[in-house]
Design a binder for this molecule. Sequence first.
Ligand SMILES: [Zn+2]
Length: 379
Amino acid sequence: MIYFQDNTIRDGMQQRAVNKSIAIKKQIIDEISRTRINSVEIGMCDSLQDLSILSEYMNILRKDQNGVVLTRLIETSIDLGAELHSKYPNTVLKLLVPISKMHIEEKLKTEKTIYFKRLERILKYSQQKELNIDIVLEDSTRADKQVLFEVLSIVSNYKIGFVTLADTVGCSTPTEYGSLFKEVRNKFPRLKLSAHCHNDLGLATANTISAIINGATQVETTFLGIGERAGNTSIEEVVAVLYKKELNETELNLKSIYKTSNKIREILEYKIPPTKPIIGSNIFVHESGIHQDGTLKNIEMYQYILPSELGIPNSTNYSISRISSKKILYQYFKNIVGSEIDVDDLIQFYRHLSKVTDKLTPEDCLELYQFRERKKWKY
Ligand SMILES: [Zn+2]
């Protein structure tokens, strides 16, 4: 079984030009609370004000959905998290543990031995308070392997939910990320591993799937793939791969994720690139004549995902252009002109003219054709 953790309102909404208001975040949590997503990362808790906002978010989540709070290795943040946990037992504190040399030395301005002692101190402190603890090892994919294994040895002495091996800058490939999971899984078989990927090389989904194949039992994703820079792993893509390839079981259903995705897109007023897999407006559009003819004979000729699999009936459509199939052009023009005009001649005129005229729409072409007919021009 693969567990899904949603990162949309925390990591995802770090994307530029996305409305980050509390009201919008609440609407999104409300949508997610209607799905079978297992946990939702709801933010950080560094002040009483954060605590009150996070309480509002926890109120919306279902009791069987965990609310995950990203938490720094500071006692006061653990105390605030503990307060949230006392009201909402489904609260999980996800300890943020940067792990690469660059992050430890240049960001945290500390050194490994001191840092590891601090981690142990916080783990003991959290354990005494009987909190639910997850750990995210930030920048795992650029960390020194020995340092990573040292941290994992410390972590394995405590009761931890999931340990995330984060590809924070999206620098990994499926082979590299998969073998990291395999190695960690062989060395620390008792740890439950989670994948968290960024899309800087366009490999976030591929890396997440590779992590699943190599032992991850949780994946962290965002709706619409939103996130810093090139975004995070998109939930729609991962669910579609699991479903089409029958890889692993999940409680999620492609149709309902697609529906939720559209609702979140509306809430965020977010413009999706037309060719974005699964959710782009172009995914059922066929432009070339060969593809149009093929799909008219059998929709699966040029269509791997079917509209019905996303719960949208009859949405395959054929765009009209110079390279459209004759059958499609014939149907298109015939519907407009009926028997008034010789459609075969009109198609020939359209194909000929659009070769030499940029951005000629079929409507413009029809107008020109009718004008030519009236004037009896020859082309
Ligand atoms: Zn991230």
